[in-house]
Ligand binder design. Structure first.
Ligand code: A2P
Length: 282
């Protein structure tokens, strides 16, 4: 796994040491490859659950110019649109320009958060349906961590199926804990009604370490095993809507499978039956 090349910004204008600075409030490490953090939310930031923003730190001082440039990378917002804080779920790449540093942040530190949210994994990009599938690999779970805490998800759909494929069992912890905590989510229990979480079907799988369910979700769907395990009908363009977020090969393979099943790709400007976003990592 490599870190996507970060976007650098010109510092032609004089900028404060940390432009768009937000304060880190919490950091949790899950494995030697994964961590999550929370930070303060810019007062003016409005976003739709499922969108992403640019996050980063100041890079090293350039010995030639003596200047520093922000080192930014796209991060899906893992917290829901109503939350007071911002949450992010990240990989750690030991030689990655950004995450080699970002993994060491502590509460009280500052991160750069550009308040310009964008993205296609939003409810607005889908037409009404009965069932929604969230398909994730690795840190591609992040936008679904937001959408699973978004009341509209349960207002719009009778059933919410979240699949998460990771290499190792420890990489499922963030998602599993989040889904478990939903049962006690005050806002969702109040707005949607107690027992709302019964709409959720969670299907975690691993590919390189033993767990309750092994295999890539793509193979498990193709063989019909996932449908049998979940006790659901196969994908159908009349009732099913889907969002995909994972590594590139996974995104492409699943996109083909959804197209074969008769679903059409949607966008903010033209809502349809499924949407796809890469997790910004390959
Ligand atoms: P595998 O271990 O068989 O490659 P990564 O950490 O490399 O991003 O992978 C995350 C998970 O996505 C792994 O479990 C990996 O399985 C799985 N994966 C990779 N490519 C595909 C694909 N084309 N379809 C389904 N799952 C995939």
């Amino acid at each position: 796994m490599t870190e996507q090349k970060p976007v650098t910004e010109s510092t032609a204008k004089k900028v404060p040491t940390l432009p768009d600075a937000q304060t880190v409030t919490e950091v949790k490490h899950y494995t030697d490859r994964l961590f999550s953090f929370k930070c303060t939310r810019p007062a003016s930031l409005r976003f739709r659950s499922g969108e992403f923003v640019m996050i980063g730190l100041m890079g090293d001082v350039n010995p030639k110019t003596g200047k520093q440039k922000p080192l930014l990378r796209a991060y899906s917002i893992a917290s829901p649109s109503w939350d007071e804080e911002m949450e992010f779920y990240s990989i750690k790449v030991q030689d990655g320009p950004l995450t080699s540093k970002l993994q060491h942040i502590q509460p009280g530190d500052e991160v750069i958060l550009r308040p310009k949210p964008v993205g296609t994994l939003v409810h607005d990009a889908l037409i009404p349906g009965k069932r929604i599938w969230f398909f994730a690999t690795g840190t591609g779970f992040a936008p679904f961590a937001s959408l699973l805490r978004e009341p509209q998800t349960y207002q719009d759909y009778d059933e919410v199926i979240i699949t998460h494929t990771c290499r190792e069992a420890g990489e499922l912890t963030y998602g599993r804990d989040l889904i478990e905590a939903l049962k006690d989510d005050e806002l969702l229990n109040e707005v949607i009604g107690e027992g709302f979480w019964k709409k959720i079907k969670y299907y975690p799988t691993t590919t390189r370490e033993e767990s309750a369910k092994m295999g890539r979700i793509t193979d498990l769907i193709r063989s019909g095993e996932a449908y049998a395990d979940l006790d659901v009908e196969p994908l159908n363009p009349e009732s099913d809507r889907a969002m995909i977020c994972g590594n590139m090969a996974f995104n492409l393979e699943l996109k083909d499978m959804l197209e074969e099943a008769g679903l059409e790709e949607g966008a903010n400007s033209k809502p349809a039956q499924y949407v796809v976003e890469k997790a910004f990592l390959d």
